[in-house]
Design a protein around this ligand. Structure first.
Ligand code: SF4
Length: 273
């Protein structure tokens, strides 16, 4: 099996291709879906036990897969089984190594992280991708106390916002994953706060927390989100689970419900060294 692969199901909404090079994450998000997914293959899986293959072997596998996907038309997503900028990565610098390989083989990349300023440690490599990279933040809260409660190891909301602003100021395309939506009012507030430096939004809802989900009017959240997106003239995609709540009166374009609308196309040939 190739290290770079085509994700299935809800994961496919994030990207046409993905690469998982670390298993586990030390951000400790209460809502993390990865343990549920990984326990299907290994019932003893513990997400906080971060695991990588022997580094040389791992990077060799990534390189051989990247060779097969060289000049890929489709972007590769980092990553579904970890946060590319967890504190574990800070020690290993693995994401930097992986980015260098993908850059070498001219493969467009989409990053998603709650690592805040940690992403900026790789800004020099990220900039070398030119328009062939986009860096996203999972934006979940405005209230730092809620963030501490639900995602205790991740950077606080203000740091995530600021990191995206710095990336944007450095000419990097930025995006926000508005998922999970734990308190709809906070998610709507995030759209108002970040619209000047976030280029595109993927908007979902909360899943797997039935009792909490039932407290909110998801149709209202969808309509309010689209209103804000249009107010700021933003590109956005509505995820399928939220789309189920669309009222007949709400018009969405084909792009706004096309999972590949916000994915990068390869433009390495136009990037000058
Ligand atoms: S950052 Fe992502 S992978 Fe890490 S614990 Fe949170 S949801 Fe899971």
């Amino acid at each position: 099996m190739s290290a770079i692969y085509e994700p299935k199901g809800a994961a496919r909404e994030y990207s046409p291709l993905a690469l998982n090079y670390i298993k586990g994450c030390d951000h400790g998000c209460v809502y993390c879906y990865v343990p549920i997914m990984m326990k299907r293959f290994n019932k003893d899986y513990v997400h906080s036990d971060v695991y990588i293959k022997e580094e040389k072997k791992l990077l060799k596998e990534v390189e051989s897969s990247a060779k097969k996907f060289a000049n890929s038309e489709k972007q590769v997503f980092l990553s579904f089984t970890t946060d590319p900028y967890s504190s574990f990565n800070q020690k290993t610098q693995l994401t930097r190594r992986v980015l260098e390989i993908l850059l070498n083989y001219k493969i467009p990349v989409s990053i998603l992280s709650k690592g805040g300023y940690r992403v900026l440690e790789d800004l020099d490599v990220i900039k070398k991708f030119g328009p062939n990279i986009q860096v996203g933040g999972s934006l979940t809260f405005t209230n730092p106390d809620d963030s501490r409660k639900w995602e205790k190891g991740a950077s606080l909301p203000s740091e995530r916002f600021d990191a995206l602003k710095i990336l944007h100021d450095n000419g990097i395309r930025t995006w926000a994953s508005m998922e999970p939506v734990i308190y709809p009012d906070q998610s709507l507030e995030i759209m108002h706060i970040t619209n000047e430096y976030v280029d595109a939004y993927k908007i979902g809802k909360l899943n797997h927390f039935k009792k909490h989900e039932e407290k909110f009017d998801w149709t209202k959240f969808l309509v309010d989100s689209v209103t804000i997106m249009r107010q700021y003239n933003k590109s956005f995609y509505i995820k399928k689970d939220l789309l189920e709540f669309k009222p007949k009166s709400l018009w969405l374009s084909e792009d706004e419900v096309n999972m590949d609308y916000l994915a990068l196309k390869n433009s390495f040939s136009s990037v000058t060294a």
